[in-house]
Design a protein around this ligand. Structure first.
Ligand code: NMX
Ligand code: MLT
Length: 433
């Protein structure tokens, strides 16, 4: 089988042909209506962009190139990256070539460490990660080719070069940030003989005598890799990239969005919330105690982190997958047990609270079920990765795969600059007659 670069090059002409044909024949066909509520409400549910790497079905969750996530959970993350880009799983040879390619790029220039060392000690690990990616912008092959003059048809080639470089370097940077921020000692080198996920696990330096932490890391990197195109990080990366800002600018921007508590930062918030309940009630709380704490959280005007979703209307399969891992490897762990108990309690609490909101004239809560962030922290905590404000960095290492795959495809199909039309409230008022 061909390398990722060769296979993608083979696929590009047909992709372009298909899209041109669809637009020529059906370009004026309507696929979405927009209400005033959607225009004010974060464009929820409006079908207004294309993403071919994955789709999220409200009643099924993440489907990557036609495969429901839990059916491909045992693939290695770099296989998922190949799948997202080409629609095909790599064979042994193509996978080995991709792993070798990543290993050959897995070095980080010294100036990146110098910049990170110079940041204030209380910098959030996400601010450090995003700064590191941005400061490497000078490495961009896309920018170098663009500055020299390049045809639009070629855009995807240096974009894929940058994508592979970022994907190779990000676990090294992320592990370095972990070891630097929490005084874990010197950096650990990338081992070319190990896969991408196991390398990240190893470079973090978490003791892993049974190899289960590496297993968790591969699962973690698979589960967070992509969530179609509309989520804040992918959408931001796409928008910034659509201005032909190079992948370093675009990915750093996307990750800045992931750092928000309503998006990727929710994984840190979740475990903090779970540990708070344990502290308040002196150990794993009962269901009645959790119910009390959840209502207290809501009535103090806060969200229960890890619950609810903009698209999903069922339990997130990513939560289900993590929960199954927890049951297999740490069923007796009180933190995991608390997460599991929260799952028994919170959906009902949110349903009741939503009814109270509606009775008080406010909007309903759209989804009462756990999302990806509700359970992942307890698993990391079990293996000794207890520094919660690092958790979104782990999410980021994974999410760059989806953001980059989307970016490369968009450069290949020549997606134009993003520029939706906004309207003013004055204009809206004129429609309200
Ligand atoms: N706890 C309390 N209130 C909630 C929750 C929750 N878990 N979920 C939704 N609501 C509220 C929401 O704040 C909004 O209130 P208001 O009108 O007063 O602003 C109302 O319910 C309607 O929102 P929805 O239509 O249900 O949700 P929306 O699509 O706007 O937002 C989330 C989706 C994910 C931002 C929202 O459910 C949330 O804030 N959840 C908690 C944070 C979280 O877990 N984020 C992680 C998402 C996954 N990820 O990794 O990115
Ligand atoms: C994600 O993985 O990006 C989150 O579940 C948020 C989303 O899809 O909007």
């Amino acid at each position: 089988m061909a390398t990722l670069q060769e296979r993608f090059a083979e696929l590009v002409p047909q992709m372009r042909k298909d899209i041109a044909a669809i637009q020529k024949e059906f370009g004026d066909k309507k696929i979405s209506d927009v209400t005033i509520k959607q225009a004010y409400g974060g464009m929820r549910g409006i079908k207004g962009m294309i993403c071919d790497t994955s789709v999220v079905e409200p009643d099924k969750g993440l489907i990557i190139r036609g495969y429901p996530l839990l059916d491909i959970q045992d693939l290695w993350p770099e296989e998922i990256f190949y799948l997202m880009l080409t629609g095909e799983k790599p064979d042994k040879e193509a996978l080995a070539a991709l792993q070798l390619d990543l290993a050959s790029r897995a070095y980080v220039p010294d100036y990146v460490w110098d910049v990170l060392e110079a940041m204030p000690v209380d910098s959030h690990p996400m601010a450090m990660l995003n700064t590191a990616i941005l400061v490497m912008e000078r490495e961009s092959v896309f920018r170098a080719w663009y500055d020299k003059g390049m045809k639009k048809e070629e855009y995807w080639v240096p974009t894929l070069e940058d994508a592979l470089a970022i994907m190779a370097k990000i676990p090294v940077i992320a592990a370095g940030i972990y070891r630097m921020s929490y005084d874990k000692g010197s950096m650990i080198d990338y081992l070319p003989t190990l896969d991408w996920g196991a390398n990240y696990a190893r470079m973090l330096g978490i003791p892993d005598p049974t190899g289960t932490f590496a297993k968790l890391m591969r699962l973690y990197l698979n589960f967070h890799s992509d969530h179609e195109g509309g989520n804040v990080s992918a959408n931001t990366c796409h928008t910034v990239g659509s201005a032909l800002s190079d992948p370093y600018y675009a990915v750093s921007a996307g990750l800045n969005g992931l750092a928000g508590p309503l998006h990727g930062l929710a994984n840190q918030e979740c475990l903090i919330w779970v540990l708070e309940t344990m502290e308040k009630f002196g150990g794993a709380p009962s269901e009645a105690e959790l119910r009390e704490f959840a209502f207290y959280t809501l009535r103090s005007g806060q969200v229960v982190p890890g619950y609810g979703h903009a698209v999903l209307r069922v339990t997130d399969p990513r939560f289900t997958g993590f929960n199954a891992f927890g049951r297999k490897y740490m069923a007796d762990d009180p933190v995991f047990q608390t997460v599991d108990r929260v799952f028994n309690v919170v959906p009902k609490v949110l349903e009741e609270y939503s009814a109270e909101r509606v009775a008080a004239g406010k909007g309903a809560i759209s989804n009462f079920w756990p999302n990806v962030d509700a359970g992942s922290g307890a698993l990391l905590y079990h293996y000794g990765l207890t520094e919660m404000n690092y958790y979104t960095v782990l999410f980021s290492v994974s999410r760059v795969m989806g953001m980059l795959a989307q970016l490369v495809i968009n450069r290949a199909i020549g997606t134009p600059i993003t520029r939706p039309k906004s309207v003013s409230t004055e204009w809206i008022k004129k429609q309200c007659v």
